[in-house]
Design a binder for this molecule. Structure first.
Ligand code: SAH
Length: 232
């Protein structure tokens, strides 16, 4: 039971990091998920323990060595899919979070420097995953982002199961605006319909708001939604 996360990194002290708090921290204590980190440097056999070398063909920066990473991955012998954090990868999204949450576990490799030797990606069938079109200095924060989104989907983690289905992306739309007390804040009232007690009217209002916000902010999501629902 539970989701087993394995992480290969040059900075194991970055874990669980933020995942040790709040929902994910509580779930970790409850063993709803587990975390095992490996220091990649421990698999370097050379006396100076170097894990990187200069790029073949020249150019700036350093490249993580294929042999050391391969040895690390082999030692852990996990039967779970192995993901390499990489800006070139498939862009992580909510449906990938759901796919991962259905697995018993996953292994994550964190790159550093200019990235990793291509041959280890091929030789160990690493699945490249990106968390967005920007460059981080390492894969650790990307793994934390992915794990955070996966953990909250594991059963027993979220208090209110319904809330995860209303959220942005789950139905192809961004979320409608939310309000809570006080009734009036700096002269701004909560939209009247929300106090009407009319659940159908509330649901309709929320849907129309979600559609309007998605149309205005995310034309990409909106066109997919339109095609699916035959909206003009
Ligand atoms: N030279 C590489 C970038 C290296 S950044 C390139 O141009 O593609 C160093 C490491 O940070 C990467 O190996 C990767 O593990 C991680 N990283 C950087 N940006 C990322 C992103 N958007 N998503 C996931 N991991 C990322």
């Amino acid at each position: 039971m539970g989701f087993h996360a394995t992480v290969f990194t040059l900075y194991p002290e970055m874990f669980p990091g933020p995942l040790g708090n709040s929902l994910s921290g509580k779930a970790l204590k409850q063993k709803i998920w587990s975390l095992k980190t490996y220091q990649i440097r421990d698999f370097a056999v050379e006396h100076h323990h170097s894990v990187d070398d200069t790029p073949a063909g020249g150019g700036p920066g350093m490249i993580m060595k294929a042999d050391i990473l391969a040895r690390a991955i082999d030692v852990s012998q996990t039967e779970y899919p192995c993901f390499l954090m990489s800006p070139r990868g498939r862009c992580f999204n909510q449906s990938m979070a759901r796919e991962l949450a259905d697995l018993e576990g996953a292994t994550f490799v964190c790159g550093r420097f200019e990235g990793v030797d291509e041959r280890v990606i091929e030789a160990r069938n690493l699945i490249e995953v990106s968390i967005g079109d920007y460059i981080l200095s390492g894969g650790e924060i990307a793994v934390s982002v992915i794990l955070d989104s996966v953990i909250r989907l594991l059963s027993g983690v979220m208090g209110n199961v319904e809330s995860e289905y209303n959220e942005s992306f789950e139905n192809g739309l961004l979320e409608y605006p939310q309000y809570t007390r006080p009734q009036v804040f700096e002269g701004r009232s909560i939209p009247q319909v929300l106090s009407s007690g009319n659940h159908r009217a509330i649901a309709e209002w929320r849907k129309s708001q979600a559609e309007a916000i998605t149309k205005a902010r995310r034309p990409d999501l909106w066109s997919v939604y339109q095609r699916k629902h035959g909206k003009a």
